[in-house]
Design a protein around this ligand. Structure first.
Ligand code: ADP
Length: 391
């Protein structure tokens, strides 16, 4: 035996051992797609015996839906064969004897034997790796979702902080501007009171006392607006339904407002329909106080204000009508905006917060608010909300 023969014999044994023991599946396929050789690991991977595979078409190891595609790829591979991974950039799947499909990674190689081209496929089952990848992808997705949610929360918190800061600086400017008039009225009335100590000055003293009271009320109103707004913005407003006798409730509010009526002003109140409703007393009171005091504030002396309530089960309808300065048409769309004040109202004291608060209160009552207005003729505000009483 020549040295050459020893080496070739040993190398054949060596190559056979490599083929038999490889922990990767190896398949040798002819140009027509016939399986020529299969190593034990490939048989194990696909669940076939050797005789079940040899001579069969390679397509039996490929999911049916991919057969057409694979035949085309196989033919073009044999035209220009070279060593390369298969299916670059896409996922590859193989089919076991029992029909189950699993993900694989495949490298291709080729050689020629007796003038025939043969392709080699090195197949690894990557089910575990895919599972790990999928798990990782899922964790990544969850993480991204959490980052997204957290970002939204932080953005909302930041926006709220910005809004709060704006509210605070607006408060400082409104307070310094709006507090000045009532405070100087109080100061001048207090110093005048000292002068009118004689019994015959009783009327003057009463007038100055009234001026002080109404100025203090203005200050309290401004503070209340800010407090209500802050509470509403923080979502701290709780709604508690109570049974209310609507006409009695409104009459007492009309009575409370008598103190701020201007010379010759009256509030006419009319109720129709059933009397009982279930609503939050504080919220409803604030809505009525705000609308009625605006009616008083934005109407000149001697003008009537009309309040009407009506229950048309299951809805409650409230109208507040004045014959005051009205709202310029082009400004009406901004009316419920925070701090908005129409240009015909700037000489009258106010913060521009009342209607924004009223609108939010009406939302809490699950109702709606609207208005119609004509400059120099007057304004009607309409509020509708559920009666919350089943007949
Ligand atoms: P404020 O009265 O403190 O300015 P509001 O939010 O209650 O704040 O009202 C906002 C603006 O809407 C007022 O400044 C005024 O221009 C206008 N407005 C509200 N009610 C009336 C009304 N009844 N008649 C005329 N204008 C009104």
């Amino acid at each position: 035996m020549s040295d050459q023969n020893v080496i070739s014999l040993e190398s054949e044994i060596g190559f056979r051992a490599l083929f038999e023991n490889a922990t990767i599946g190896i398949l040798v396929v002819g140009k027509k797609g016939t399986i020529e050789l299969v190593n034990p690991n490939a048989r194990k991977l696909f669940g076939y015996t050797n005789t079940e595979l040899i001579g069969k078409s390679i397509e039996i190891l490929i999911p049916e839906s991919l057969h057409g595609k694979h035949e085309h790829h196989r033919e073009s591979y044999f035209e220009k064969p070279k060593s390369r991974p298969m299916g670059l950039g896409g996922d590859l799947y193989a089919r076991r004897k029992d029909g189950t499909v699993f993900p694989v990674e495949i490298s291709l190689g080729y050689y020629e034997l007796g003038g025939e081209k043969l392709a080699m496929a090195f197949v690894s089952d990557i089910t575990r790796r895919k599972e790990a990848e999928n798990k990782l992808n899922k964790i990544n997705e969850e993480l991204e979702q959490r980052v997204h949610e957290r970002t939204l929360e932080l953005t909302a918190a930041l926006e709220r902080e910005i809004e709060l800061n704006e509210l605070k600086s607006r408060f400082v400017s409104i307070a310094s501007h709006e507090f000045r008039t009532p405070l100087s009225a109080i100061l001048s009335s207090v110093s005048l009171l000292e002068r009118y100590s004689a019994p015959e000055h009783l009327e003057k003293r009463t007038r100055h006392n009234e001026r002080i009271k109404s100025s203090v009320r203005d200050l309290v109103d401004i503070l209340n607006d800010f407090l209500s707004l802050d509470k509403l913005e923080q979502g701290k407003m709780e709604v508690t339904h109570e049974t209310i006798n609507l006409p009695e409730f409104c009459e007492s509010i009309v009575e409370d407002l008598k103190g701020i009526l201007k010379e010759g002003q009256h509030i006419h109140y009319l109720h129709t329909g059933a009397k009982e409703i279930r609503q939050d007393k504080k919220i409803l009171r604030n809505v009525l106080l705000n609308l009625l005091s605006n009616g008083i504030k934005y109407s000149p002396e001697g003008k009537e204000i009309h309040l009407s309530t009506e229950i048309i089960s299951p809805r409650v309808l409230i109208n507040v009508k004045d014959s005051g300065i009205g709202i310029p048409e082009e400004e009406q769309k901004h009316l419920f905006r925070k701090f908005f004040r129409a240009k015909n109202a700037t000489s009258i004291q106010g913060t521009g917060l009342g209607l924004n608060i009223v609108q939010r209160y009406v939302e809490l009552m699950e109702g709606e608010i609207g208005f119609t207005s004509k400059p120099d003729e007057g304004t009607i505000f309409t509020v509708k909300f559920p009666q919350n009483i089943s007949e």
